[in-house]
Design a protein around this ligand. Structure first.
Ligand code: ADP
Ligand code: NI
Length: 219
C-alpha cells in the first residue's frame, strides 16, 4: 500500500475509535499532535512514517478509560497495522512508542528502557499540547469534566502527591499548572520542541499573573 493511502486509512481508523472521546483527547488532539510532530521532525533525522503513525495512534485507547489497562492501545494499534500489511519493523517501532507514550506525562518516567528519536518527537508534540493556550483550555476542560474548582486559595499545590492521592484529592485545576504543566518545558527532548515550549510556557506565566490579579481584584 502506498504511504498516502496508509495514512488516510489510519486517520479514518483513529477518527472512528475516538468518536466519543472527551474534549481533551478527541480527534483534534490527535490532529494537533500529528501536525506538531511533523513540524518538529523536519529538524530531526527520523523515519517519517513511524513518526506519523505513532502520532496518529498514540491515544487510541487511553488507560484512563480502560480501567488503567495500558496494554489495550498498543494491541489495537498492532492489529490495525497488521491489517494494513505494514512491515514488521515499522509495526514494532510504532507499538514500542505507543507503549512508552502511555507513561507520557508521568514525571517519574526516567527509567524507561526504550527510546528513539521518533518517540522523542511525538512525546514532545504531545507535551506541547498540554501547555500554552491549548494546554490551558484542556486543563480547565478536564477540571470541569471532573467537577474541580478553578482555584482554591486554601489548597496549595503539592508536588509530592502520588497519582492515586492526586485523583482522590479534590485539587483545583490551577494547581495542575504547578504540579505538572509548568514543569514540562524542562522535559522537552528536541531543540525545536524546547523552543516551542518556551513560548507556550511564557504564555501560561502571563495567564497565571492575570488570573491571580483578577482573583485578588487588583487587575
Ligand atoms: P495525554 O494527552 O498526554 O494523554 P493526560 O491524559 O495526562 O495527557 O491529560 C490530558 C489533558 O488533561 C492534558 O491537557 C492535561 O494537562 C489535562 N489534565 C490531566 N490531569 C489534569 C488535572 N488533574 N487537572 C487539570 N488538567 C488535567
Ligand atoms: Ni495525547
Amino acid at each position: 500500500m502506498n504511504h498516502d493511502q496508509l495514512i488516510q486509512n489510519t486517520i479514518s481508523f483513529v477518527k472512528k475509535a475516538l468518536e466519543h472521546a472527551e474534549g481533551g483527547h478527541d480527534w483534534f488532539h490527535i490532529e494537533r499532535v500529528y501536525n506538531t510532530s511533523k513540524f518538529i521532525a523536519e529538524h530531526e533525522n527520523t523515519n517519517t512514517l513511524v513518526v506519523e503513525l505513532s502520532a496518529l495512534l498514540h491515544d487510541i485507547a487511553d488507560p484512563k478509560f480502560h480501567d488503567g489497562d495500558e496494554s489495550v492501545g498498543p494491541k489495537l494499534a498492532k492489529t490495525f497495522l497488521e491489517s494494513q500489511q505494514v512491515d514488521i519493523a515499522t509495526i514494532n517501532h510504532v507499538v514500542n512508542i505507543i507503549q512508552h507514550m502511555s507513561f507520557k506525562n508521568s514525571l517519574e518516567n526516567n527509567g524507561a528502557v526504550f527510546t528513539s528519536t521518533e518517540l522523542e518527537v511525538v512525546q514532545d508534540a504531545d507535551r506541547l499540547d498540554a501547555i500554552g493556550a491549548i494546554g490551558i483550555a484542556r486543563a480547565f476542560n478536564y477540571g470541569g469534566f471532573k467537577n474541580r474548582a478553578l482555584h482554591d486559595p486554601k489548597i496549595a499545590p503539592n508536588l509530592q502527591m502520588t497519582k492515586e492521592e492526586y485523583k482522590a484529592s479534590k485539587a483545583p485545576t490551577i494547581n495542575h499548572f504547578y504540579e505538572k504543566l509548568l514543569l514540562l518545558k524542562d522535559r522537552m527532548n528536541t531543540e525545536t520542541g524546547r523552543k516551542l515550549a518556551l513560548q507556550r510556557h511564557q504564555f501560561m506565566e502571563t495567564f497565571l499573573d492575570q488570573f491571580f490579579g483578577e482573583w485578588e481584584g487588583t487587575q
